[in-house]
Write a new protein. Structure first.
Length: 126
């Protein structure tokens, strides 16, 4: 937890809560942030899976840290013509999953232009 605080400055961050509470990803996404005095912006299940609802939520949010398993957060992979969104306030995006295709990586780069995209675990950018 100390390393996460050092790397991400969690006490000053607002993280997006995409992971289910029982998922190990929720440790950084939710509990590490809260334990260090940060804020977590929780989504409803429909916001997490519907691209339009997710992007509407993010447009009104102060989120600056996103951690997502692309397999369980399909809303982040919506084609830009469906619901374009640019979130310059997001500084870090931690990606989990097995593989990120070039189109998805480009979409995430366009959506989060100022973010450091950080593939974690088994993520492979192909």
């Amino acid at each position: 937890m100390l390393q996460a605080q050092t790397v991400f400055g969690l006490s000053e961050r607002t993280a997006l809560g995409l992971a289910p509470p029982g998922d190990e990803a929720s440790l950084l996404e939710t509990w590490y942030v809260l334990a260090n005095g940060g804020t977590v912006d929780l989504l409803s299940e429909s916001e997490a899976i519907c691209p339009r609802l997710l992007r509407e939520h993010l447009r009104e949010s102060n989120v600056d840290l996103v951690q997502a398993d692309l397999g369980t957060a399909p809303g982040l992979q919506a084609p830009p013509e469906e619901c374009a969104l640019t979130l310059p306030q997001v500084r870090d995006v931690i990606l989990r999953g097995s593989k990120i295709g070039p189109n998805v990586f480009k979409l995430l780069s366009d959506t989060f232009p100022n973010a450091d995209l950080r593939p974690m675990n088994l993520v492979k950018i192909s």
